[in-house]
Ligand binder design. Structure first.
Ligand SMILES: NC(=O)c1ccc[n+]([C@@H]2O[C@H](COP(=O)([O-])OP(=O)(O)OC[C@H]3O[C@@H](n4cnc5c(N)ncnc54)[C@H](O)[C@@H]3O)[C@@H](O)[C@H]2O)c1
Length: 416
């Protein structure tokens, strides 16, 4: 089968490569010339475990190649970005332009699959009216649907194969065709449904996690007021066989959990009350942490804070929607000097890879992200170059005993 994948990012490129590795003839389309140039040389410009080896193999074999424009195929897969705007509404411009770009190449019997995470109704009310311009009868001559992704960066190739997935069709025949296609390499179960259900499932999965984290963050605030340690509360609660409370922290980042709930709120603003409140709760955390820092540093003149870790999750260089960036801006807005250190983020202005440079003459070290290496902080050495030895752990991660042994005053989010 010939497959045309439009959008070769973290989702599109692994998907295209996987199909190419399982007997299909795949053309990958991207509007970024650097992506296409690299692909046609058998290389990649994103970081994902083992993807470079797979891409090299399928490009050398001739089953995957890159192109700046789509071409005729049996199947079209759209995996372009779906970001949110400043006012928390979905920006569907990429999906619209990608759908329009395949229009001239569509023919009878084709299947079009949206993989981008999208608000409910994207397939049937946004894409279908565009696809109808092909003159093909939707659901009869042209099959359309949504099959969302559940992969986690770092494990994408493994999870593409082993996760269960949803095949949401505009009609039963479309769902069936999506299932048949993905069965090529998916070992997990594939569940068929309609496209609107599939859209809401994807959004609900990430919203479930956002709500759980918001609960943990609210518990952290409650525990601070009551003088109880939230981390101990959550650990003990989770000994219950049917309880799994997530972890609190300085906020929620990334391009999924911090974004997808807004797609539900956008469509149902008067009904999605819990979802909206939880988004606001998680978005309040950088401000809440700033308040704690103000308390810790209230007697310090011209304070300097050194932030350890600016990414949205540990052990990666991804800063998208990172709450630490928001925290940094809030501190600066109060006139607090801020230095940011992150061992994973290279070549970014304002972020050093030298922890001593960040910590020198600072009054507080703030642990923002639990990168593994922060378990091994050299508190003795850091304490010697700081003005005041304060440590604020927003992740309950650092070695408190060693910090205190080195003379640090240790502060913890979720415990006053
Ligand atoms: N990355 C993840 O872990 C993940 C997980 C689940 C779902 N998703 C969803 O998958 C979708 C894609 O995410 P991603 O992380 O792969 O994005 P990405 O930014 O890594 O890649 C998107 C690619 O699409 C290209 N592009 C944009 N418009 C185009 C067009 N009109 N024609 C051709 N190429 C175009 C861009 O140049 C880019 O290379 C999003 O909706 C995202 O929410 C991502």
């Amino acid at each position: 089968m010939k497959i045309c994948v439009v959008g070769l990012g973290y989702i599109g490129l692994p998907t295209a490569s996987m199909f190419a590795d399982h007997g299909h003839d795949v053309v990958g389309v991207d509007k970024n010339p650097a992506v296409i140039k690299a692909l046609n040389e058998g290389k990649i410009i994103i970081e994902e475990n083992h993807l470079d080896e797979l891409v090299r193999r399928v490009v050398e074999k001739g089953s995957l190649r890159g192109s700046s424009v789509p071409e005729a195929a049996d199947v079209f897969i759209i995996s372009v970005p779906t970001p949110i705007t400043e006012d928390k509404r979905s920006d569907m411009a990429y999906v619209v332009s990608a759908t329009e770009s395949i229009l001239p190449y569509l023919k009878k019997g084709n299947l079009v699959i949206l993989e981008s995470t999208s608000p409910v109704g994207t397939v049937d009310t946004l894409m279908v009216p565009i696809l109808e311009k092909s003159g093909l009868k939707i659901g009869d001559e042209l099959f359309v649907g949504h099959s969302p992704e559940r992969v986690i960066p770092g494990q994408i190739l493994n999870e593409l194969v082993n996760n269960d997935r949803i095949a949401g069709g505009i009609n039963d025949a479309s769902a069936r065709k999506i299932t048949e296609l993905y069965k090529t390499f998916v070992k997990g179960n594939i569940y068929e449904t309609d496209s609107r259900t599939a859209e809401l499932c994807k959004l609900s999965e990430n919203t479930f996690r956002d709500i759980n984290i918001a609960f943990a963050n609210e518990l952290a605030k409650i525990c601070e007021n009551l003088g109880i340690n939230v981390w101990e509360v959550i650990e003990l609660c989770n000994k219950h066989p049917r309880v799994n409370i997530h972890q609190p922290g300085p906020g929620v980042g990334g391009h999924c959990i911090a974004v997808d709930p807004w797609f539900i709120v956008e469509k149902q603003p008067d009904t999605a009350n819990i979802i909206h409140l939880c988004r606001d709760t998680n978005d309040s955390m950088p401000g809440y942490v700033t308040g704690r820092i103000d308390q810790i540093l209230k007697d310090v003149e011209n304070p300097k804070v050194a932030i350890l870790g600016v990414t949205y999750k540990p052990n990666v260089d991804d800063m998208r929607e990172s709450p630490i960036i928001k925290l940094e801006a809030l501190l600066r807005a109060q006139g607090i000097e801020v230095a940011a250190y992150d061992p994973f983020v290279k070549g970014k202005a304002g972020i050093t890879n030298d922890i001593c440079e960040a910590a020198r003459d600072s009054d507080l070290l703030l642990l923002g992200v639990h990168h593994d290496q922060f378990k091994e902080l050299d508190f003795e050495a850091l304490g010697k170059i700081m003005r005041h030895k304060n440590f604020f752990d927003t992740r309950n991660f650092a070695d408190r005993a060693r910090a205190e042994a080195a003379g640090f005053e240790y502060h913890l989010l979720g415990k006053n």
